[in-house]
Design a protein around this ligand. Sequence first.
Ligand SMILES: *Cc1c(COP(=O)(O)O)cnc(C)c1O
Length: 499
Amino acid sequence: MGKSKAHTDESLDPEDWEALRRLGLLMVNDMITFLKTVHERPAWQPMPEEIRATFKQPLPVEPQSPNEIYQDFRQYVQPFLKGNTHPRFWGWVEGTGTPFGMLAEMLAAGLNPNVNFGEQSPIYVELQVLDWCKQMLGYPGEASGLIVSGGSEANLVGLAVARNAKANFNVARDGLRGASQRLTLYGSTEMHNSIQKAVELLGLGSESLRRVPVDSGFRIDVEVLKNAIAEDRARGERPFCVVGNAGTVNSGAIDDLQSLADIAQHEGLWFHIDGAFGALAALAPNLRPLLKGMERADSLGFDLHKWMSVPYEAGCVLVRNAEQHHRVFSSSGAYLAHAVRGAAAGPVWFGEYGVQLSRAFKALKIWMLLKEHGVEKYGRVIQQNVDQARYLATLVETAPELELLAPVGLNVVCFRFTDERLDDSQLNDLNQEILMRLHERGIAVPSSTVLQGKYALRVAVTNHRSRRQDFDVLRQEVITQGRSLVQQSDLEDEANRVA
Ligand SMILES: *Cc1c(COP(=O)(O)O)cnc(C)c1O
């Protein structure tokens, strides 16, 4: 009673290091098994209400044991995923990740460096990775670059540099109040929404983003583009940038990048390319010609967490003119002084090339995975996905009840179940129902889109685990579900008539 306790400092380290070591080894063991057996589980499963309720608990006040927390993870978190590690996941455009990538993430978290600046190995790893990215895509070696969270951030950074470099006033100082003309930029109607988001965030206004129509292959119509630029100029506006798509989300279309580069050059515009997944097709020798002109971009954004299967998150932006890139993000503070020696030295301050100051060691997993597989194998796996997409297209074309809704240029297949007695609106409802059943029954996870008013089941293959049989299963299940829905509606019609 009243006895004063000896002062002991606390830390967040384990009290029992050996117990944590055992738990850690168990976790690694469990997760490797989890990945090895992924094909044995459903592609997706709904989360029961009682599980959802476990995420409504009060803020933890007292410590809990790591073993119990891990059990919570196993029970409540691990089973209820969107499914992107599964061989029959082809929704949106998502990456599969890899087991070695998982281990790389653990190492990065263990080192826990802040890769903003400093004389530290992670800076050199990132510089190495950026050099490799330039080499992979045939981009100029003197370009600057940054590993970012993904394609959206890459587009934001690229367009920020474009805006500041091409405005005829000092945007950094005056903001858009310095503008005497509207700054306009151009891309196709198939552009990803992250471009619009960036345009809005950069204060340019979505009205300044001109959406140029596409041809039958969903590529930007370059003649319409030229006219749009001329019309805007005639109206007194200031065109400053063309955005090219290297792989659209809807259909995988690649714009004629060579023509876009010519137009940008001729008109004095910045040329940005959104190559989120499509840029990586450059690794497959047979696909590389599709990307001709990509090396001429002033800025190029792409993802490593999609077609390179690097665990989330990992994207990259490259900017041809390093000086222009640096100028946009390098406002400094006295607390961030560069030193010539010691921990505050170092070759590059990545915090001066993007939005983030504190940054994760994302470069490590990229460095490790590129070394593990080498680019030739990546090229083969990317080609394999494109071949699988073509295989699925053939399966669709040879099935009378299925209809292909867009040409398959790369790795995206859009199709639907049809029945001649149903109109487009009924088919839209029917295919939407088919999609939800495919998900709910754990069969496969495609996503959807709408092409010319037609609801499409959309399969984007960026999955190194997919095998041809997986596409056979998809075809069969779409037909089975489609037939059963048509039959059901026939029965309902019948019942209504009788009633
Ligand atoms: C995925 C994607 C993006 C956005 O990239 P995130 O990594 O999701 O931020 C941009 N453009 C295209 C074409 C994409 O497929």
